[in-house]
Design a protein around this ligand. Structure first.
Ligand SMILES: [Zn+2]
Length: 507
């Protein structure tokens, strides 16, 4: 039995997004738990599909003593404020000093955190952790699929393990795998060789989905190498992690990378090269069709005439799960203009409109604008006669493969319908990605019986909605999660990297 310090600090930072990640964003609960410190952490994360929940469960099952530090997460947005970063990192380090000594440390990290004063949020945090615990004990971190894995992170961590799915349906499982690896490191005490590679092209999130090629076969190969498939053994390879990266982060080390850990240096380097070659050789395959809002509305109306299941329109650039404001109205305006009767779009984060709907009550008609609360890209609210069909408290539990078990607390919600066009909007009060059918059922919409569904999500929606969709159209409507990195005004990104697959090189 070992004493293991456990903590987490999660943020995916879109440095081009208009909203900062303040301490209040980390402190409060939304889809994930609120800030938790000490004894409150273990019950507070139990049952959520998040890495720390899986890690704690597995470490305890393996008989280790889990010593909670602190854990928190904020919705993806722009920079973590200096205040928020120093508060959370400060508590983590304070507890690490006060509660030690430890035999090992486990951290639940995203891997794409950028603070106002640190480009590499996780590398800096791990540097501070090492300064307390020294280099002799294992420091293992779990990572999001969208990690921008930096040399500093690889240097400070004994090992890191990333998600292998996008949509992320293996978040708690990844925590469990990190815990198992930590246990193995404590038991066999053999040094690990690290083989790290960075790639020289950015991959838009929308083409990173593991339900589709080329990511599907890349991650199948990763599993094969780790298991030693086709051979009698895997040559001492302990684990492989490939992180396709989070492009809208203006930092030098932004982009895809991989790391392989193993006991044999030559075999570890060879495995890294084999996986790297598989990614590089598929560069051209990270691509697909993008519809304008008008094209999408017209095509969806046409397809819905004969479809028996929903036509899903993925509003991929206004994904709050990647720093979008979740209130842009490009797709909504197109659906209204083309009179897409029965279409429903969500989640439209407009706290004032949601509150007004809740106060007016079901059946009332609101003559007001909806959406564009932040006013991204100069947009203005959509004015109409919005009938309040149903109101909700915003308190419910997720049921899909991504958000299953998440205990949502997202404030007043409402379903409102434009009496003229017949287009409906699900209003919400906190930024939350439309990635679980329960968000719609909460306000009386059965997604499977909706002809056209607009979802503010890039890929995560696919876990719960692809199985019920007739087809999915990927829409490029205004949003702070810009799909094509070529359009982003990078100042810090390293030179020589292609801004998209086969795209122009950053000078
Ligand atoms: Zn992610």
């Amino acid at each position: 039995m070992a004493r293991i310090a456990v903590g987490g600090f999660q943020h995916e930072t879109n440095t081009f997004s208009p909203q900062l990640a303040t301490w209040e964003e980390f402190e409060r609960a939304d889809a994930w738990p609120p800030f938790l410190r000490g004894a409150a952490m273990v019950p507070g994360v139990e049952g959520f599909n998040i890495p720390i929940a899986g890690a704690i469960k597995t470490l305890m099952a393996l008989g280790h003593e889990v010593v909670p530090l602190c854990w928190c997460a904020a919705p993806p947005s722009s920079y973590v404020t200096r205040d928020a970063y120093e508060k959370v990192a400060g508590w983590m380090i304070e507890d690490l000093r006060a509660l030690g000594p430890f035999d090992a440390v486990y951290l639940d990290l995203h891997g794409a955190m950028v603070a106002e004063h640190h480009q590499d949020g996780e590398g800096e945090l791990m540097r501070r952790v090492r300064a307390v615990v020294g280099d002799a004990i294992p420091l293992v971190a779990s990572l999001d699929y969208h990690t921008n894995m930096t040399p500093e992170m690889v240097h400070h961590a004994t090992a890191m393990i990333g998600y292998r799915t996008y949509p992320h349906v293996d978040m708690a499982d990844t925590g469990s795998r990190a815990a198992e690896l930590l246990d193995r490191l404590l038991k066999d005490k053999r040094p690990l060789h690290k083989a790290y590679r960075q790639f020289d092209f950015l991959i838009p999130l929308v083409w990173q989905c593991t339900l589709q090629e080329p990511a599907r076969s890349i991650f199948a190969l990763l599993d094969d190498i780790e298991r030693g498939a086709g051979g009698a053994h895997n040559q001492g390879i302990v684990s492989l992690t490939h992180t396709p990266g989070f492009p809208p982060a203006d930092i030098a080390q932004c982009g895809p990378a991989l790391v392989v850990y193993g006991h044999d240096k030559a075999a570890t380097e060879a495995a890294a090269d084999r996986l790297a070659d598989a990614v590089r050789s598929r560069e051209a395959a990270f691509a697909g069709r993008l519809y304008t809002p008008d094209e999408a509305a017209v095509e969806a109306i046409r397809l819905a005439r004969t479809a028996s299941r929903p036509i899903v329109l993925a509003d991929v650039q206004d994904n709050p799960g990647a720093g979008g404001t979740s209130d842009t109205v490009g797709l909504l305006r197109a659906l209204v203009a083309h009179r897409a009767q029965g279409a429903v779009i969500g989640m439209m984060v407009d706290p004032a409109a949601a509150q007004a709907a809740a106060e007016a009550g079901e059946g009332a008609v609101l003559r007001r604008g909806i959406g564009a609360a932040v006013g991204y890209a100069g947009e203005t609210p959509v004015e109409a006669r919005w009938r309040v069909v149903k109101v909700g408290s915003g308190v419910f539990t997720g049921t899909g493969p991504f958000y299953g078990g998440a205990r949502f607390q997202i404030g007043p919600m409402a379903l409102v319908t434009d009496e003229d066009s017949g287009v409906s909007v699900v209003l919400a009060s906190k930024r939350i990605q439309a990635a679980d059918q329960e968000m719609f059922r909460h306000v009386g919409v059965e997604p499977g019986r909706t002809p056209i569904l607009g979802l503010k999500s890039t890929v995560h929606f696919r876990a719960d909605f692809q199985p019920i969709a007739e087809t999915i159209l990927v829409v490029q409507s205004p949003g702070a999660h810009v799909t094509d990195p070529v359009e982003l005004p990078y100042a810090h990104l390293r030179q020589g990297i292609r801004l998209r697959p086969l795209g122009p090189v950053r000078a």
